[in-house]
Design a protein around this ligand. Structure first.
Ligand code: PAF
Length: 283
């Protein structure tokens, strides 16, 4: 695996691959890689010839009150894991390479309708940061396919809409959330949990499963399910962010007739903010 730190170096390497008629599959990450990321790499291998991963802790998607310095950086371990799993290129730029004039003078991409709800309401500016950096990464890598996890379901929707709206020539593929054996969605942020919090954390997934059951059995209104779910989470120590039932395709509040739903949860546990979701198809 070759690690490129500059846009110029990566572009030259990928140009040579394209000349050999190789298709390019891209897995963007912020590093601190775990088995969830490796499931993206494994899927990438099924989609095309040349696997490119990126590691960039993107300052544009962190709010002023969010501690970007605390985000775990484990480049050497990440490189070993990527190599072991068959990745061909790693793009690992620094902030100056990505934002030569600073993030404030950076042209921004905002996906309207999706950027200021749910996680976007709790983290103002977050999805502008995500959409902008992913656009830049797509322009640098020019992949045929890009793989994202369903755990960040709203992020996936933002990127799908962005690609459609900007007529980008990349196929976005979302893959199932990788979970620990107790159901907790794999996330770099799980590393912020104490041992006690780590034992509590799977309650988020259990609560999503409970809410799914309620919807399927048509036992209660969405409002009641949401409120009871919040209480279940608070009872074990989570602090409230949101617990919502939305339409799967556009994340808006669904009509009573809507069959394709997604239940989305975000809550704080200790110093970590955890998110998870579950899709539901009603008969
Ligand atoms: O999901 C992530 O790790 C990040 O939001 C992404 C897509 C790499 C953009 O910085």
């Amino acid at each position: 695996m070759r690690t490129c730190h500059t846009v110029k170096e990566l572009r030259a390497a990928l140009k040579a691959e394209r000349l050999k008629d190789k298709s390019i599959v891209f897995v963007p990450t912020m590093g601190n890689l775990h088995d969830g990321h490796m499931s993206l790499i494994r899927r990438a291998k099924n989609e095309g010839d040349v696997i490119v991963a990126s590691i960039f802790v993107n300052p544009m998607q962190f709010g002023v009150s969010e501690d970007i310095e605390r985000y775990p950086r484990t480049l050497v371990e990440d490189q070993a894991l990527l190599l072991e799993n068959g990745c061909h290129y790693l793009f690992a730029p620094d902030a100056l390479e990505m934002y030569p004039d600073g993030k404030r003078s950076q042209t921004q991409i905002e996906v309207s309708g999706l950027s200021d709800i749910l996680c976007g309401a709790s983290r103002p500016g977050h999805f502008v940061g995500v959409a902008t950096v992913v656009t830049k990464l797509f322009n640098i890598v020019q992949p045929d396919f890009a793989i994202f996890g369903n755990k960040d379901y709203q992020q996936l929707k933002v990127i799908e809409d962005m690609v459609r709206d900007l007529s980008s020539n990349v196929e976005v593929i979302g893959i199932d959330t990788a979970r620990n054996s107790d159901g907790l969605a794999m996330s770099s942020r799980n590393g912020y949990l104490t041992e006690e919090e780590r034992n509590i954390a799977p309650t988020m997934y259990k609560t999503l499963l409970w809410a799914k059951e309620q919807l399927i059995a048509n036992r209660a209104s969405h409002e009641d399910i949401r409120e009871q779910a919040q209480q279940k989470l608070e009872a074990v120590g989570f602090r409230r962010d949101y617990f919502e039932i939305r339409a799967q395709d556009n994340l808006q509040t669904p009509s009573e007739e809507e069959k394709s739903l997604v239940i989305l949860a975000a809550a704080h546990l200790g110093s970590a903010r955890l998110i998870d979701n579950l899709r539901v198809e009603l008969a």
